[in-house]
Design a protein around this ligand. Structure first.
Ligand code: SF4
Ligand code: SF4
Length: 112
């Protein structure tokens, strides 16, 4: 049977009060560039992996800030560490180093 009319989609709101921010704070302590990103998208525009995987440094940072670590790592698994994003970032962020630091910090937490 066809169902007509409108349905309300489930809310996609994220309650940041419920997000464990300790890992992201740790990242910012050793890699202050993590909060300097202005989400301009230049890195995604130049990333060779973005076209087929959606890899984006700004998305990775947003996911981590929102406690969506699994999604962030799914994106980062497509990064080839080529460094093209580092060359174009207008904030001078060493994005490749940032990605490596994210892997180190979050992996260290996983092993606890
Ligand atoms: S280092 Fe990773 S995120 Fe940056 S351009 Fe290369 S593949 Fe993309
Ligand atoms: S190019 Fe730099 S400032 Fe722009 S979104 Fe990427 S990391 Fe952020």
């Amino acid at each position: 049977m066809n169902i007509f009319g409108f349905r309300i989609s489930p809310s996609s709101a994220i309650n940041l009060d419920n997000v464990d921010k300790e890992r992201f704070r740790e990242l910012c302590r050793i890699e202050p560039d993590a909060v300097r990103c202005m989400a301009c998208g230049s890195c995604s525009a130049t990333c060779p992996a973005a076209g087929f995987s959606g890899m984006s440094v700004r998305k990775v940072l947003l996911y981590l800030q929102r406690g969506k670590e699994e999604e962030a790592f799914k994106l980062m698994s497509n990064c080839m560490l080529c460094g093209k994003c580092t060359m174009v970032c207008p904030r001078g962020i060493n994005t490749r180093h940032l990605i490596l630091s994210i892997c180190r910090i979050y992996d260290k937490e996983e092993k606890k």
